[in-house]
Design a protein around this ligand. Structure first.
Ligand code: TYD
Length: 137
């Protein structure tokens, strides 16, 4: 897992059922998301110009969705980095273990929905970029 590459973090298109009264997107374990969801959280009321993330995980897989509005996700594997803009509620970015991520450029009122493969575990975080780079060697 330590040598996971950003090229294994994919943007997945989720189901979208459209009708006159609006849309609905459904996410089911092992159908639209390749893991069992054990935790859901969402970021909201993010002040303009703020950044979130700035860490990697050792074990955690996540699906990140711009449930409302838009934001950018920088992913970095210690060698390659790229920025993915999420701006539709029916796309999700799969972020796998040992990938550094930073979220920025949140539009006003945006909601970042995260489906996670594990319960919260503070010891699963790598919060120092220098430590991350060291572990990726
Ligand atoms: P963190 O994951 O660092 O947020 P972000 O990556 O969005 O900047 O979490 C922020 C705070 O919330 C931190 O003190 C840990 C706490 N937290 C929980 O207690 N449980 C959770 O499931 C999550 C995601 C965070």
């Amino acid at each position: 897992m330590k040598n996971n590459s950003i090229y294994n973090c994919s943007v997945v298109e989720l189901s979208k059922i459209h009708n006159r009264a609006g849309n609905i997107t459904i996410i089911e374990n092992f159908i639209n998301v390749p893991f069992e969801v054990k935790r859901i959280y969402y970021l909201y009321d993010i002040p303009g110009g703020e950044h979130r993330g700035g860490h990697a995980h050792k074990n955690l897989h996540q699906l990140v969705v711009a449930a409302s509005g838009s934001f950018d996700v920088l992913i970095d594997d210690g060698i390659n980095r790229r920025t993915i803009s999420l701006n539709r509620p029916y796309f999700g970015l799969l972020v796998i273990p040992y990938i550094w991520r930073e979220l920025s450029n949140f539009s006003s009122g945006s909601v970042c929905l995260v489906l996670a493969s594990e319960k919260y575990d503070a010891s699963d975080y790598i919060r120092e970029y220098s430590e991350f780079k060291q572990l990726k060697k």
